[in-house]
Design a protein around this ligand. Structure first.
Ligand code: FMN
Length: 176
């Protein structure tokens, strides 16, 4: 990784435990897209569904995902290239497949940096940049090496449920 890596041991937490359900419900009011992080581990290929994706920096181009320490993919993601695959409206079954409910078999594409999924709405192939302590999660930052997108409606997640965002409501990049 280029920048200092700062994965710290998990500290004991005291706050919020009795109100965890309410905390989750409050967080769930923040509507997001849905993505799958894919990468090659030491012995197998991994994929994990996330909605914690966010853009971080334009120069250098950096993006972030937050991965639970309890996830099978957590430890292996450190120092490995990965792809963030942004899902289209019709890809909910793929989201469930990589969230512990296997069903729809993915179609893989061999990217030059990391494996990715076919026909996703957008993708970002990333080289590892840094990892930061995020409590019971680790924040993995990737430097975007390549990316692309297609037209189509987006898969979204709000109030603990899947929904869609019509393409007509996407694409306001020029306003940013
Ligand atoms: C819509 C949605 C969003 C999710 N977002 C995250 C996330 O941002 N980070 C995370 O670690 N797990 C997230 N999860 C949970 C993981 O996808 C799920 O726990 C997965 O099964 C963990 O992988 P494992 O079974 O290989 O450990 C999300 C699940 C769903 C359905």
């Amino acid at each position: 990784m280029n920048a200092p890596s700062a994965v710290q041991p998990q500290r004991p937490t005291t706050a919020l435990r009795p109100r965890a359900h309410h905390f989750r419900g409050s967080l769930g009011r923040f509507a997001t897209g849905v993505a799958i992080v894919t990468f090659d581990g030491a012995s197998k290929r991994h994929g994990i569904t996330v909605n914690s994706f966010t853009s971080v920096s334009m120069e250098p181009p950096l993006v972030l995902v937050s991965i639970a320490r309890s996830a099978k993919a957590h430890d292996e993601l450190a120092d490995r290239p990965f792809t963030v695959n942004i899902l289209g409206a019709e890809q909910q079954k793929l989201a469930l497949h990589f969230a512990g409910s296997p069903g729809q078999e993915p179609v893989w594409v061999e990217g030059p940096v990391a494996p990715r999924l076919a026909n996703v709405l957008a993708w970002f192939e990333c080289r590892p940049w840094a990892a930061y302590d995020g409590g019971d999660h680790t924040l993995y930052l990737g430097e975007v090496a390549d990316f692309n997108y297609r037209t189509g409606d987006a898969l979204a997640f709000a109030n603990s449920d899947f929904t869609t965002i019509p393409e007509s409501q996407l694409g306001v990049e020029d306003l940013l």
